[in-house]
Structures are given as C-alpha cells and as structure tokens.
Design a protein around this ligand. Structure first.
Ligand code: FAD
Length: 125
C-alpha cells in the first residue's frame, strides 16, 4: 500500500480484468462485490517472506530436475543431520504436496516411519 499511482493503476486494471472474466461466465458477479483487494507477488514476499512472492514454493522449472540439483529434492541432504521438508521437495506446490513432503521427511528420519505406516498410524486420530 506504499506504491506509486502507476502501480495502483496497474493493480486496478488487473483486478478489473479478473472480475470481467468471472462476470462473463457468471453475469451479476461484479454487482455483489462489496470490497476487493488484489495481492501481488510483492505483497506475498512482504507478508510471508517467500522468495519473489512464490507462495506455492520454488518455481517448477526444468532446472530443479537437473542431476546437479537432485540432492535438494531429497529430504536427506549431504549435510549430516540436515533434512528438508515441505512443498519444495515435490513437483508441484500447495498444501497437499507440502503434506506429502512432510511424510517423505518422516520416512527418511533415523527414527522415522514409512509413508504407509504413517497412514496406518493416522487412522488412530
Ligand atoms: C495467501 C496464500 C494462499 C494459498 N492458498 C492455497 C490454496 O488455496 N491451496 C493450496 O494448496 N495452497 C495454497 N497456498 C500455498 C500453501 O500454503 C503452501 O504451498 C504450503 O503452505 C507450503 O507449505 P510448507 O510447509 O512447504 O511451507 P510454509 O507453509 O511456507 O512453512 C514454512 C515455515 O518455515 C518457517 N520458517 C521460514 N524460515 C525460517 C527460519 N529461518 N527459521 C525457522 N523457521 C522458518 C516459516 O515461518 C513457516 O512457518 C497458499 C499460500 C498463501 C500464502
């Protein structure tokens, strides 16, 4: 909310384009909006600290699958005792991939349990 007028105008144009798109499919949609706010990657970076505002994690780019980067897609890193987890272990972003990343990490811990065992254990809750 501390940007110049040109930036605010750009956000307004983007908001309008999105609302117009929905309006095409659901006539009357625009009329029922009381308040709207468009967040951008800048907003996300500011509030969540995600690199370049990428709230779904690292970009799903071919470079992630290059041999030299494969170690960083594995929960077990080359650094003893350091494990990775969360969405960046997976090939897509979002809550479910983040959860699957957690399961993979648990399965790789010295005292961890396998993914099927985790599902069986979760039935108790
Ligand atoms: C506004 C918004 C809407 C979203 N909507 C959806 C949606 O509708 N559906 C969907 O599937 N996904 C959605 N996502 C994406 C989803 O929330 C993320 O992909 C998922 O939460 C990633 O989980 P994660 O555990 O990998 O990382 P995060 O949830 O980002 O967890 C990382 C944690 O590490 C902590 N941390 C960071 N650095 C350090 C440090 N140096 N020391 C200690 N702790 C640290 C952070 O505080 C945070 O708690 C949304 C995200 C946002 C921001």
């Amino acid at each position: 909310m501390k940007r110049d007028e040109e930036y605010k105008a750009l956000k307004q144009r983007l908001s309008k384009a999105l609302i117009d798109l929905v309006e095409q499919h659901y006539p009357g949609f625009a009329e029922i909006i009381d308040y709207q706010e468009l967040s951008t990657p800048l907003t996300n970076e500011h509030f969540t600290g995600h690199y370049q505002g990428g709230i779904y994690g690292l970009a799903i780019a071919p470079e992630r699958f290059e041999a030299k980067n494969l170690a960083w897609r594995d929960p077990k890193t080359p650094i003893p005792g350091l494990y990775l987890t969360g969405v960046d272990l997976m090939m897509m972003g979002g809550i479910v991939p983040a959860m699957l990343g957690g399961l993979l990490t648990v399965a790789n811990l010295p005292q961890g349990i396998s993914v099927p065992q985790t599902f069986i254990a979760s039935r108790r809750f």
